[in-house]
Design a protein around this ligand. Structure first.
Ligand SMILES: [Zn+2]
Length: 134
C-alpha cells in the first residue's frame, strides 16, 4: 500500500483519528501485530469495513473460528463508526474490550454493542468470542 507524502492520508476506519497507515493498516498488511487487545479489536473492525476476511479469520482464535464469514452476503452492512467503551486486562494474556459499532442495512441504522474476549498466545492477540448486549 503506497502512500504519497503530498496527499492527505486516509483516516483509519476505526475512528482513532490516525491515518490508516499509522493505525490498523500495518496489522492488516501483516507488517505488525496488534500490541493490545484493543488494538486488535480496532484492526478487526477496520477489516470488517474493508471486507478483509482473511485477516478476520487469522485473528480469530482457532477454538472459536468459523470456516468463513460471507462478508459479501446481501444485504451488506455499511459500517458507520466504532466507539471503544472499555478495555480491561484480566491478566497478562486475557482481556475484555467493550465497544459499540454502528452500521446500516438497507438504510436502517443498527448498533452492535458487544463485550469481546481476547486471548494472547505466543505473543499474538486473538479474538475468542463475545457477549452482545440486549
Ligand atoms: Zn485503526
Amino acid at each position: 500500500m503506497a502512500t504519497a507524502r503530498d496527499t492527505p492520508a486516509p483516516a483509519c476506519p476505526c475512528g482513532s483519528g490516525k491515518p490508516l497507515a499509522a493505525c490498523c493498516g500495518p496489522c492488516l498488511a501483516g507488517e505488525a501485530t496488534a500490541p493490545t487487545a484493543e488494538a486488535l479489536m480496532r484492526s478487526r473492525y477496520t477489516a470488517y469495513v474493508l471486507g478483509d476476511e482473511p485477516y478476520l479469520l487469522a485473528t480469530w482464535h482457532p477454538a472459536t473460528r468459523p470456516t468463513a464469514l460471507q462478508l459479501d452476503a446481501e444485504p451488506r452492512p455499511r459500517w458507520l463508526g466504532l466507539a471503544v467503551k472499555r478495555h480491561e486486562a484480566q491478566d497478562a494474556d486475557h482481556a475484555l474490550v467493550e465497544f459499540v459499532a454502528r452500521y446500516k442495512v438497507n438504510g436502517r441504522a443498527f448498533k452492535l454493542h458487544e463485550t469481546s474476549r481476547f486471548v494472547r498466545e505466543d505473543g499474538r492477540w486473538f479474538y475468542l468470542d463475545g457477549d452482545v448486549a440486549g
